[in-house]
Design a protein around this ligand. Sequence first.
Ligand SMILES: [Ca+2]
Ligand SMILES: [Ca+2]
Ligand SMILES: [Ca+2]
Length: 288
Amino acid sequence: MTESADLTTLSPPSPITDATGGIWCLVASPSKGAQVCLNGVVQTTTANVSSLLYKNHACYQLTTAGIWSVWKNNAWVVGADPRESPDGTSVTTIGPAIINSVGESWTLATGPNGMQVVVNGTPDTTTALVVKLYYKTHLVYQTNSAGGWWSKSKSSDTWTATTDPTGTNGNISVDPSLDALYLPRLCGPTIDAGDPTIDLGDPPIEPLPNGGRVNLGHLGNTASATRTFPDVNGDGTIDGLDVLGVAASFGSLSGDPRFLAAADRDLNDAVDGQDLAFVSAFYAQSCP
Ligand SMILES: [Ca+2]
Ligand SMILES: [Ca+2]
Ligand SMILES: [Ca+2]
């Protein structure tokens, strides 16, 4: 007996086999519409079931009233639509779909004005020049070629203008890796992640080595900015290998065959004692 694949649906015909070998089916009843049966026994508490679905080793039922339940500890528990797309799902081409919390399928299709949003096969004619659909916290987002963003939770709502939720334009959508004093840890994702167009200043405000780019967050582009980890060989630890990288290119200038850009920690186009000092200052430290 083979366990059914994810997203196997039954509305009715062939049965679903669960991970423990249980066999699920739907049977027509005289007065309660379709009912669920498990191993040949009709579950008399079920009624008006429109489909069964199998996902992540769990069996779900959907009623004709649109209610989803999951079979848990030998009972049906009402829950969310198991087909709902995970946060961060994005659609940029014709074909793939986002499924929202009420089971609507959101896709892109060519319309009179570039790509437009299509919900359950019906074009949303208020949309045009759409370049991406995105799903996060039960909201469907769309963005157009001009960079505008709108969101809504279901098709009957109206689009609300919003900001980029994907964390790619001036934001990051990850744990910033702060320490107990809310300062960015070494190698954290906010370091050197600020707006690349911001001038570091001359002399730079961020202490050296500063990676040549401001940090993201309130300490970015300040004298308290966390310094850029001077990891010459990029293995997450400052040790003899990093010293060796500086030593091997010591005294070289940008353009020299011996010049090693990763050893030029202060980005002054020369590998010199200053770079060695930075590496030494972090000696034996590792990214957390
Ligand atoms: Ca920096
Ligand atoms: Ca290293
Ligand atoms: Ca240097």
